[in-house]
Design a protein around this ligand. Structure first.
Ligand code: ADP
Ligand code: MG
Length: 192
């Protein structure tokens, strides 16, 4: 994947988030404050005016900075920081081995910034499982990514706003886990 291809995938995400805004709002209303849909749309809407496609590194860095200052909430800094971190390991052309480096960095960035581990009902559950699959050289479809997000249903939240809901958080997919399905699908999916 080259800069132009990745740029197109990132810019297309605003359409995905507009289509899924209501779903993310509902998920976040159940175990949060209901702003995750609006947050993600606002973040990706800001991309066209702020993206720098002069190199692969600038593309990911400018995306990270834009997401950091426009998404807001807990998820903005997490996604933003991750893209900035990925800009430090990306190569001019993303091949399989670079994709492994990118996913490893994405996952480590969330773990570090969010102080989160697996099965705490967050976006990390999806990002780390995707990372593991990519390291094993498995192909990742949107369905597989969705199955990772669906696993968060049966977990009681211990991080972020959802933790206040304690046992009431059971039975609901985590909103950040759901939004990370779309982001990961754009980065790695064959059907994005
Ligand atoms: P806020 O919770 O501030 O309203 P958002 O609604 O935009 O922010 O994002 C909520 C999502 O952020 C959660 O669904 C969860 O996936 C993610 N999240 C929150 N805190 C953490 C954390 N410490 N580590 C990883 N992800 C987190
Ligand atoms: Mg929220």
């Amino acid at each position: 994947m080259n800069v132009a291809e990745l740029k197109e995938r990132l810019l297309k995400l605003v359409d995905v988030f507009e289509e899924k805004e209501e779903l993310l709002t509902e998920l976040d209303r159940a175990i949060g404050d209901g702003d995750h849909g609006v947050n993600m749309v606002r973040g990706f809407k800001a991309l066209p005016d702020n993206i720098d496609d002069s190199s692969m590194q600038s593309l990911l860095k400018s995306t990270g900075m834009t997401l950091m200052s426009n998404i807001g909430g807990a998820s903005g800094p997490l996604y933003g920081f991750s893209f900035v971190k990925m800009s430090q390991v990306v190569s001019d052309e993303i091949d399989r081995s670079n994709l492994q480096a990118l996913l490893k960095t994405f996952s480590e960035a969330i773990a570090q910034r969010g102080k989160v581990t697996l099965n705490e009902k967050t976006m990390y559950d999806v990002i780390e499982r995707a990372n593991q699959a990519i390291q094993e050289d498995e192909s990742l479809t949107r369905e597989t990514l969705q199955s990772y997000a669906d696993l968060t249903k049966d977990i009681e939240a211990t991080k972020g706003r959802a933790a206040y809901f304690k046992k009431d958080s059971l039975g609901h997919v985590d909103p950040g886990a759901q939004s990370s399905v779309y982001i990961l699908n754009a980065l790695i999916g064959d059907d994005s």
